[in-house]
Design a protein around this ligand. Structure first.
Ligand code: BES
Ligand code: ZN
Ligand code: ZN
Length: 514
């Protein structure tokens, strides 16, 4: 069973001089265009008798973004190797550049057998960035970039992990801020990596029951209240959406509810996070084509992100109430499966014609959103779902679509994404799209046949009425085939970290309002 923190890299902040700090390799940096390095890079240059100035002069190190220059120091510094990481143009440098840099440098050094790596705080010198956020970005980039999913490989063909990362700082006054940043970064990255584990896990292991079990572990670890609704309770509550999807599967559905009470003085202010938890989406009777179907093990990426964000929130303890809802089922074809044309009654009474059994996510999300609103008193809702293939064709693996009814809330989520280095692009819910979900036999149908991502969002909007609501369609970004900085192949864990930033930003605002 995946567990956050296990085998995780040890990250420490230490006071001192990077040239004198024991490590297998020390990471310093260089902005593009700098010919005479100052700060920690300058100090190392001095210790090396001007070797860095020399590689700059010969043009070997230009400070370009992504550039890695390795120097062997032959006893002139305590670390036997020094890596000069190119930072690119100073004006373009951001916290996300630090995440990318740390990911790339750590993989570079891992491939060369380094076990203990030291680094300076990139960006906090002439870059002028905030020290806490720099340390946070270092921790995030290192942990996210070093992530590998190897638990089903009996023999490792990989280099072993970097075990320790030392963040070396010369100014004692900065240590508390750095330590705070490392702590936050660790929590965020470990939580995103746990989400990656859950999503990478194959569907024969990560069933709805296993997902609920993972949530139980998280709840025990972080002291969250937890309820797992099983089939009999879902029947009592008349959650026709979840039950309808689960009908074709031998795996029973689960609906997990986690509660974090960070603001008991305002029990009615609750941020609701809802995640689609389809443990495998075969399409059901409206069966998907064979090619690419294996990827549908990742159809619970929304639930994984919501669960793991709730973990990080519970450990960071912001002043806010958060309720996480994880409706989960397996979508399979069988003699007991629901059929196109079936009519379901969603929690609360709205009826839905199942036009296409592959449009299953919105069915279980409808139950969860209605229930969250009426029974759990959510005052703001974000749902996260691998909802439509349309996202993949439009945005690829680069950004997720965001829909919603409250402009301010959407802006806040987009900003939370920016803080995390995760991209969300707003898409419209024009009224003209709404009637495409009209059914001849029920209140709504689950497949409009056109404008896939928008009509899916409209379907959810029908159930979120009355509460500010946003929907993230992460179908394109949940899983990637290429490595990009701290995004490695496989499950991305998106938008775990953004959801945490969202909760922190709301907590800040709500506390100020009193
Ligand atoms: N889980 C899929 C969406 C998906 C597709 C995620 C590809 C990741 C990659 C979802 O349940 C689905 O099948 N959506 C259909 C809806 C359609 C039948 C109305 C789609 O988008 O094609
Ligand atoms: Zn589907
Ligand atoms: Zn699906």
């Amino acid at each position: 069973m995946p567990q956050a923190g296990k085998d995780s890299m040890n990250i420490r902040v230490v006071l001192g001089d990077i040239a004198g700090q024991p490590a297998d390799a020390a990471v310093i940096n260089l902005f593009e265009g700098v010919t005479q390095p100052g700060g920690a890079t300058g100090a190392v240059d001095h210790a090396l008798g001007g070797a860095i100035t020399q590689v700059i002069a010969t043009g070997e190190a230009k400070g370009k973004k992504g550039e890695i220059t390795l120097l062997h120091t032959f006893g002139k510094t305590t670390p036997a190797r020094v890596v000069i990481a190119g930072l690119g143009k100073q004006s373009d440098f951001t916290y996300d550049s630090t995440r990318v840099l740390m990911a790339e440098v750590l993989r570079f050094l891992r491939a060369r057998g380094a076990k203990r790596v030291s680094t300076i705080v990139h960006g906090a010198g002439i870059g002028g960035l905030d020290v806490t956020r720099c340390a946070q970005a270092i921790a995030e980039g290192a942990l996210l970039g070093a992530y590998r999913f190897v638990r089903h490989k009996s023999k490792s063909d990989n280099n072993s992990d970097v075990e320790e990362l030392l963040i070396v700082e010369r100014d004692a006054a900065r240590l508390p801020a750095l330590e705070q940043g490392v702590r936050t970064g660790l929590l965020l990255a470990e939580s995103a990596n746990l989400a990656r584990d859950l999503v990478n896990e194959p569907a024969n292991i990560m069933t709805p029951t296993k997902l609920a079990e993972s949530a139980r572990r998280v709840a025990a670890e972080c002291k969250l209240e937890i309820t797992v609704l099983e089939r009999p309770q879902l029947e009592d509550l008349k959650m026709g959406g979840i039950l309808g999807v689960a009908k074709g599967s031998a795996q029973p559905p689960t609906f997990t509810i986690l509660i974090y009470k960070g603001d008991p003085q305002h029990p009615k202010r609750i941020l609701g996070l809802v995640g689609k938890g389809i443990s495998f989406d075969s399409g059901g009777i409206s069966l998907k084509p064979a090619s690419g179907m294996a990827r549908q093990k990742s159809d619970m990426a929304g639930a994984a992100a919501v669960l793991c964000a709730t973990r990080a929130i519970a450990l960071l303890k912001p002043h806010i109430n958060v309720t996480a809802l994880l409706p989960s089922a397996e979508n399979m074809p069988s003699a007991t499966a629901q059929k196109p044309g079936d009519v379901l009654t969603i929690f609360g009474g709205k009826t839905v014609e199942v036009d296409n059994t592959d449009a299953e996510g919105r069915l279980l999300l409808a139950d969860a959103i209605s229930y969250g609103k009426s029974t759990r008193g959510l005052s703001l809702i974000v749902d996260v779902a691998t909802l439509t293939g349309a996202m993949t064709s439009f945005f690829g693996d680069v950004c997720a679509g965001i829909f919603g009814t409250d402009k301010q809330f959407l802006d806040r989520i987009v900003q939370a994404g920016e803080a995390a280095g995760e991209k969300f692009w707003p898409l419209p819910l024009f009224e003209e799209y709404r009637e495409l979900n009209n059914s001849d036999v029920a209140d709504l149908k689950n497949s409009a046949g056109s404008c896939g991502a928008v009509t899916a969002a409209w379907f959810l909007a029908e159930f979120a009425q009355g509460v500010p609501w946003a929907h993230l369609d992460i179908a394109g970004v949940r899983f990637v085939d290429r490595q990009r900085g701290y995004i490695v192949k496989g499950a991305t864990g998106i938008p775990t970290r953004s959801l945490v930033h969202l909760a922190l930003s709301l907590a800040d605002d709500w506390s100020r309002q009193g």
